[in-house]
Ligand binder design. Structure first.
Ligand SMILES: Nc1ncnc2c1ncn2[C@@H]1O[C@H](COP(=O)(O)OP(=O)(O)O)[C@@H](O)[C@H]1O
Ligand SMILES: Cc1ncc(COP(=O)(O)OP(=O)(O)O)c(N)n1
Length: 269
């Protein structure tokens, strides 16, 4: 990609009518970070800040058709993968990655929404692990997702997070960002494991209950920023800074009665 070109970034994910997570949150993130956003929808999800009331999956063959139709015309500079509701969808996305070989693939292994509602059935976790982890340049599990992928208890501190990030890399993911937002403390520390080594990325914990879409925002910000950064650590650091700003602006929104969304506030206007 030429240094001054606008990155074309694709999100493959489910929807969120409340606009905080999923495809809608991803597109807001892409735009706020100066990328050109594109979408392939995997599921229509009836959800808002209080929870999920229904899921209407897109058939895998039609997800494949969306991917073929788009990527034969517009190659993606980076791809973010979010909610994939079953094993057939996982296989369809893997096949498209093999065919179109986008330069940067960020996989957010979405399993359960903040409301506690399952977005990926438990019996599809092994397909995700087997088929998509080895095709991802970076995976961004939270602590429960990492535990599910590894089939072990959730990490309860940084030493265990380092060990689990290394074990996730051994499953085939080239880079692992293990997110620590579910731990307590004044700082939110994530662990980034790469072939060059493992680093901790810390940010002050923003005191807000409005955290709907944090995981989606972080993974899509990384996908938007990676084409303009030299390496994964600098793209991830910039994306985490962006997310922290979006969390700081969240309370100014007042959206919904549950966990409100983060705010993609920017003062370009
Ligand atoms: N209150 C908060 N203040 C600042 N950063 C947060 C806060 N909550 C979560 N984060 C950060 O948001 C990202 C995603 O959070 P996490 O809760 O771990 O995953 P998920 O949203 O997928 O459940 C991580 O980088 C985490 O450190
Ligand atoms: C369609 C869809 N995809 C992913 C999520 C999970 O979003 P995340 O940013 O991890 O956090 P919450 O929205 O669950 O707070 C979702 N809810 N919907």
């Amino acid at each position: 990609m030429a240094a001054n070109a606008v990155p074309k970034v694709l999100t493959i994910a489910g929807t969120d009518p409340s606009g905080g997570a999923g495809i809608q949150g991803d597109l807001k993130t892409f735009s706020a970070l100066g990328a050109y956003g594109m979408t392939v929808v995997t599921a229509l999800v009836a959800q808002t800040t209080t929870g999920v009331t229904g899921i209407h999956e897109v058939p895998a063959a039609f997800v494949a058709q969306q991917l073929d139709t788009l990527l034969t015309d517009v190659p993606a500079d980076a791809v973010k993968i979010g909610m994939l509701g079953d094993a057939d969808l996982i296989k369809a996305v893997a096949a498209a990655l093999d065919t179109y070989r986008p330069p940067h693939v960020v996989l957010d292994p979405v399993m359960v929404a903040k409301s506690g509602d399952r977005l990926l059935p438990a019996d599809a976790v092994s397909e995700l692990r087997r088929t998509l982890l080895p095709r991802a340049d970076l995976i961004t599990p939270n602590l429960p997702e990492a535990a599910d992928l590894l089939g072990e208890p959730q990490a309860s501190g940084l030493p265990e997070m380092h060990a689990q990030a290394a074990r996730l890399r051994a499953l085939g993911a080239r880079q692992v960002l293990l997110k620590g937002g579910h731990l307590d403390g004044d700082t939110c520390v994530d662990v980034l494991a790469t072939p060059e080594g493992t680093i901790e990325l810390a940010a002050p914990r923003v005191p807000t209950r409005n955290t709907h879409g944090t995981g989606c925002t972080l993974s899509s910000a990384i996908a938007a920023l990676r084409p303009r950064h030299d390496d994964w650590p600098s793209a991830v650091r910039a994306a985490k800074d962006y997310l922290t700003q979006a969390l700081r602006a969240a309370d100014s929104l007042g959206v919904g009665h549950g966990h409100g969304p983060v705010h993609h506030f920017h003062n370009a206007w």
